[in-house]
Every structure is written in structure tokens, then in C-alpha cells.
Design a protein around this ligand. Structure first.
Ligand SMILES: [Cu+2]
Length: 164
């Protein structure tokens, strides 16, 4: 009888372990799905530099503005943004939805040292030029912003209008 109890205790712990493992797998699976689902995915995907259909020049300056701050593209286009920083401080261009960008700006205020190099953004040192290649796969109006702490709040934002 005692042996039986031990055996079922082992069986129970095995089931528990298997359950824990299955749970772990599930979590893992969720994580892997995230890139398709989350960050900036609403407006498209990183573009293939060999399939660029058009280049767009964007200036970033210390007046906390993008020029132009409104960009029109056609759905499906792959745009090479040539982003020039004419200011004396670092600026960046981050593509996203305004909700996402707001959240991200909040994170940047909390962790100003946070460096990130996602495919939907380019950071440009003063006097330098950076590039960002993006394919717009959905029609709609999307946003971009500079998320250097304080810049988004100062109105350093712009819009991309993607037509069908
Ligand atoms: Cu800026």
C-alpha cells in the first residue's frame, strides 16, 4: 500500500512537471509570434533594400520638427527614408502607431539610456545622415516620431498616409 502511494506521488509529480513544461512551451510560442503581431507591424514590415521603389528625404532639426512632417506613399511601396539630422543633438525617426509611440516615449523618459535598434527606427547623430527602408503593406494613416526624451512631447511627430 505504501509503495502504491509513493508510485502515485511520483506519477502526480510527473504530471505536474509535464504540465509545467507544456506551459513553458506555450509561453515560448507566444514570444515567437510577437514580431508579426506587435511592434510597428500595423504599418508594414522592414523593407528589402534591393526592392526600394522610391527615396524620401527627411530632415530632423533642433526646432523639434521633421521636414516634411507629412509623407504620402502607395500601399506596397518600399521607401528608403534618407534621414538627415541638421541639428546639434541626436534625433531619431521611429515608425509606429501614435499609441505605440506614446508608450515608447514614456519608456524613454524612464530609461533615457535605453538604446534600441529596431528595423522601424533610425537614430542619427548631429550632422549625420541615416537610412531606414520600410515597406508599407497596409493602407491608412500612420505616425512617426522622435523618441529622444522630450522631443516627442515637444511635437516632434509626423504622419505617413498610405493610399490603396
Ligand atoms: Cu529629436
Amino acid at each position: 500500500m505504501k509503495r502504491l502511494i509513493i508510485a502515485s506521488a511520483i506519477a502526480a509529480s510527473l504530471v505536474f512537471a509535464a504540465g509545467a513544461m507544456a506551459h513553458g512551451d506555450e509561453e515560448h510560442g507566444k514570444k515567437e509570434e510577437q514580431p508579426a503581431d506587435g511592434h510597428a507591424a500595423a504599418l508594414g514590415k522592414p523593407g528589402d533594400p534591393r526592392k526600394v521603389t522610391r527615396s524620401v528625404n527627411v530632415e530632423m532639426n533642433d526646432a523639434m520638427r521633421f521636414r516634411p512632417d507629412s509623407i504620402r506613399v502607395k500601399r506596397g511601396e518600399t521607401i528608403r527614408f534618407i534621414v538627415r539630422n541638421t541639428g546639434k543633438v541626436k534625433h531619431e525617426m521611429v515608425l509606429g502607431t501614435i499609441k505605440e509611440l506614446k508608450e515608447h516615449a514614456g519608456m524613454m523618459r524612464k530609461f533615457p539610456e535605453m538604446e534600441h535598434a529596431d528595423p522601424n527606427q533610425v537614430s542619427v547623430e548631429p550632422g549625420m545622415t541615416g537610412e531606414l527602408v520600410w515597406q508599407f503593406t497596409r493602407a491608412g494613416t500612420f505616425d512617426f516620431a522622435c523618441l529622444v526624451p522630450g522631443h516627442f512631447e515637444a511635437g516632434m511627430v509626423g504622419k505617413v498616409r498610405v493610399s490603396r
